[in-house]
Ligand binder design. Structure first.
Ligand code: CU
Length: 72
């Protein structure tokens, strides 16, 4: 399993958190999604067939583009 954390500056309220967690959770292969309102970060753990490209594409699609990968 791979875990990535992205800065997502478009996060501004609890609704954003719910939208991101719900939408990202539906991507096949995604195991867990933790979005944080205070830090505007999203942590995603995933296995194949999900990959970073698909995760970023979906974040773009739902209007929460990732602005940088933070490696832990
Ligand atoms: Cu919001």
């Amino acid at each position: 399993m791979t875990t990535v954390t992205y800065n997502v500056p478009a996060i501004h309220c609890g609704n954003c958190i719910r939208t991101i967690e719900m939408e990202m959770g539906e991507l096949e292969g995604v195991q867990s999604v933790k979005a944080d309102e205070a830090t505007r970060k999203v942590q995603i753990s995933f296995d194949a067939p999900a990959d970073e490209q698909k995760i970023k594409a979906l974040l773009n699609e739902i209007n929460y583009p990732a602005e940088g990968l933070i490696t832990l």
